[in-house]
Design a protein around this ligand. Structure first.
Ligand SMILES: *Cc1c(COP(=O)(O)O)cnc(C)c1O
Length: 431
């Protein structure tokens, strides 16, 4: 399959180039030339399929034969080695628990895929591949862990000083080896801008192979479609076939884009709901048709503190930038820290379910948006123990920390200090 740039249909590249480059040369984001529609038989039988079977069938049209079919099948099995269950939280509301991977967040899925897809392309390259990634928390840990010790790949994680939780920080600053953490004296948007500038810098690109692992990379984005199909399969097992609404806590809007792609592949999702914190650029766009990016504001759901969501252009691209069509496909709601806190407390006491701050926005948006006769699945994007400072005071007790998190907390934190200029980042990378 070919992939075009959101800025120009004339720029078309193959899978390998799209994955290695991340961003198109005209600064656009790559999109698949076609979105294949899966046969009806696939959906009729979906409740009988395993996560791995669904994963292979959903991704095959995008990734094979560029990656040979048998090799790709192994890759899918290996990347999806943890479960993604749907759990009933309250009447008509279900959580898709995406936090059973190595770093307890949904970004594990995309990162594990991307590491394996890239490493299938590394053979035959002379130079190392350098991954630059900006993180507001969870991307860094998922990417660092997904790529840890993968031969021929170096990872540089840029993160905003003081704006990432201690647990998140530990997950990418303690690994060492091929993983370097860069602590930037600025915001997440600064980190993201520096990464974007580095990709466009001539000198850097002449001297080293740079690629991105942010949600702009297709090797991360497309695999996220899998779990929407898998969630639907589990709803079918629960006897629910129609009027399924999916609700996605959103920051850079990569996750929900993957859901919209799943729907275009034929997945019978009735509608999507985007839930945000007070960084409500997209809900405002849905309301008014005006897209007005703004500096990001810090919240307790900090992995969604994004003031100019990078995947928004992909959503526009999917629907030819027709506001009316976009609003038919998705609605949006935003919530304050206060509302998030109250929901953590209420859902723990009423439903005996511990949400994380991001999932809490999704739960609230389902409460607000779900109509008579509909059932809703919200994405629980991270495990609550990743945010103990926020969650524990609300539920009034401490949470048991899963073993794989405890192991990180024991490691020694190492990072490089940096200001927000491209010059210093360049100097460091070229050294
Ligand atoms: C990254 C992240 C999000 C937002 O996902 P996007 O794809 O950027 O919209 C939501 N919740 C958690 C826990 C995250 O780490």
């Amino acid at each position: 399959m070919q992939f075009y740039s959101t800025n120009s249909q004339n720029i078309k590249v193959g899978l390998k180039e799209a994955v290695l480059k991340g961003l198109a040369e005209d600064n656009g984001l790559y999109m698949p030339e076609q979105i294949p529609v899966l046969p009806e038989s696939f959906f009729n039988d979906i409740a009988n399929k395993s996560l791995q079977e669904i994963g292979y069938e959903v991704l095959k049209p995008f990734f094979t034969p560029d990656i040979p079919e048998d090799k790709f099948k192994e890759l899918v099995d290996d990347a999806l080695d943890f479960e993604i269950p749907v759990v009933k939280v309250s009447d008509k509301k279900y959580a898709l628990e995406l936090f059973h991977g190595p770093t307890l967040a949904f970004k594990d899925v995309g990162a594990r895929f991307m590491a394996r897809i890239l490493s299938s392309f590394v053979c035959g390259q002379e130079k190392d591949i350098n991954i630059l990634v900006a993180t507001s928390g969870d991307t860094g840990s998922a990417v660092a862990n997904g790529f840890y010790k993968v031969p021929g790949i170096n990872v540089f994680v840029l993160y905003p000083k003081g704006l990432v939780s201690e647990v998140q920080e530990k997950q990418f600053t303690t690994l060492g080896e091929n993983i370097t953490a860069i602590e930037v004296d600025g915001t997440f948007d600064d980190c993201q801008r520096m990464v974007k500038q580095a990709f466009l810098d001539k000198e850097l690109n002449e001297k080293m192979v740079l690629t991105s692992a942010n949600s702009i990379n297709l090797a991360r984005l497309l695999p996220q479609s899998i779990y929407y199909h898998h969630a639907y399969a589990q709803m079918r097992k629960n006897g629910i076939k129609d009027d399924v609404v999916m609700c996605v806590p959103s920051g850079n809007f990569g996750n929900i884009t993957a859901g919209l792609i799943a729907q275009l592949m034929g997945l019978p999702v009735k509608r999507f709901i985007a839930a945000t914190n007070i960084n409500d650029i997209v809900p405002k766009y849905l309301e008014s048709g005006q897209y007005n990016p703004a500096p990001s504001k810090a919240t307790i759901a900090n992995a969604m503190d994004v003031g100019d969501p990078s995947n928004f252009v992909r959503i526009l691209d999917l629907y030819d930038a027709e506001h009316k069509v976009v609003t038919e496909k998705m609605e949006g709601y935003s919530y304050t820290d206060e509302q998030i806190r109250a929901t953590l407390k209420r859902v723990d006491s009423d439903e005996a379910y511990v949400l994380d701050p991001h999932g809490a926005t999704g739960y609230m948006a389902l409460e607000e948006g779900l109509k008579e006769g509909e059932s809703g699945v919200f994405l629980e994007t991270a495990h609550p123990t990743k945010f103990p400072e926020v969650v524990e005071p609300e539920i009034g007790r401490s949470l048991e920390v899963p073993e794989r998190l405890q192991a990180f907390m024991k490691g020694e934190r190492k990072s490089v200090q940096m200001d927000t200029t491209l010059e210093n980042l360049k100097d460091f990378l070229l050294k």
